[in-house]
Design a protein. Structure first.
Length: 235
């Protein structure tokens, strides 16, 4: 199924979804997420705090997504298969699936922009509000209860010595900290008319070279994970 706006299903009416974002990998962060559907438009109101703040004198980039096609849940410590005390993005995909929507601060919101740190929020906290066209795959995952919000990027100082030295399993030029998940929250249906979760600020980062050239492509492997949704739906 292609990731296209779901105008054909606009007559489904309004719907609201929410998630509580809890820490993964000892990130120390927390947050909340609310998504309101109006026809083929989605408005996301989201906030989080307590994540890694800086890297090489710049704001730490935190790519964030609605993941789909998995089990609709966050991974447990048992997902850490290599014993480095960090659940990497690939290790978590069995639980939360691949990428359906990129929660960027501007520009594209498709999976194609999932690893573009120039349109990702940066720093330790976020207040976010954005309206965009909702694609069919993400809306389907929301309706069947398999959507999960994941925010990526860990403070290396909070990681084990083994993990601090490790490279990302997705892009060898990046540290593991750059791509590992930091916050996670399964998305569930909520009554319409819920409260706001943020002030509407959508601060991005300007240091495109933060992690070197590889920083702009945190993972072709993450994007490839989006293909898991087709396998999950077929099973």
């Amino acid at each position: 199924m292609s990731l296209t706006p779901l105008a054909a299903q606009a007559d489904d009416g309004d719907a609201m979804y929410r998630a509580t974002l809890t820490e993964l990998n000892g990130s120390g962060g927390s947050g909340s997420f609310m998504l309101t559907v109006d026809g083929d438009d989605a408005t996301v109101e989201m906030n989080w705090n307590g994540l890694a703040e800086t890297f090489k004198d710049g704001p730490f980039p935190h790519v964030q997504h609605i993941h789909i096609g998995g089990q609709g849940k966050c991974p447990t410590p048992s997902a850490d298969k290599n014993g480095d005390d960090v659940i990497s993005t690939p290790e978590g995909q069995a639980s939360y699936g691949g990428i359906g929507t990129t929660l960027s601060v501007k520009g594209d919101t498709s999976a194609k922009s999932a690893t573009d740190i120039t349109i990702a929020p940066g720093g330790s906290s976020l207040d976010y509000k954005r309206t965009f066209k909702l694609n069919a795959d993400t809306r389907s995952a929301l309706k069947d209860g398999t959507g999960v919000v994941v925010v990526h990027g860990l403070d290396p100082s909070t990681m084990s010595k083994k993990a601090q030295k490790a490279k990302s399993p997705l892009v060898s030029s990046l540290p593991l900290a750059a791509t590992a998940p930091a916050l996670c929250g399964p998305i569930s249906a909520a009554p319409t008319g819920g409260a706001d979760t943020g002030t509407g600020s959508t601060s991005g980062i300007e240091h495109a070279g933060l992690f070197g050239l590889g920083g702009l492509l945190i993972a072709g492997g993450v994007l490839a994970g989006a293909r898991l949704r087709k396998t999950a739906k077929a099973s």
